[in-house]
Design a protein around this ligand. Structure first.
Ligand code: HEC
Length: 91
């Protein structure tokens, strides 16, 4: 073993260098993943839809009202009114 690596200061410097390199690699990897992350096309398509109140109401009555109530105020399933209020606030 040569004398340079045996010194405690050099050992600490090496550890710090390795930790710095690892941190930098992880940060760059995360940035790279964000760079190439493509939004899910299905979610984008659904979010871009305009919607139709009349059709939506009919679909809700056919598929959801049996459990969530005709006015979404809860029956077997929980009330969905909180979601309606939230969608009005955050729309
Ligand atoms: C067979 C009965 C049933 C039907 C039909 C049904 N749900 Fe539910 N739903 C439930 C139950 C029970 C829960 C609560 C589940 C839980 O808390 O684990 C729930 C939970 C939910 C929640 C989450 C509520 C919360 O407070 O976390 C949403 C949103 C929801 N349903 C929407 C719908 C929609 C939209 C439809 C129609 C497309 C639908 N549900 C149809 C029974 C039903």
């Amino acid at each position: 073993m040569n004398e340079q690596t045996a010194k405690p200061e050099n050992f600490v410097q090496r550890i710090l260098l390795v930790m710095l390199t690892l941190s930098l690699t992880i940060v760059l990897a995360i940035l790279g993943l964000y760079q190439f992350h493509k939004p899910n096309p299905y979610i984008q398509e659904v979010l871009a839809r305009q919607g139709n109140e009349i059709q939506g109401h009919a679909i809700f009555q056919m598929n959801c009202a049996g459990c969530h109530g005709l006015m979404a105020d809860g029956k077997v399933g929980p009330s969905l009114r909180v979601f309606l209020r939230a969608s009005l606030i955050f729309a």
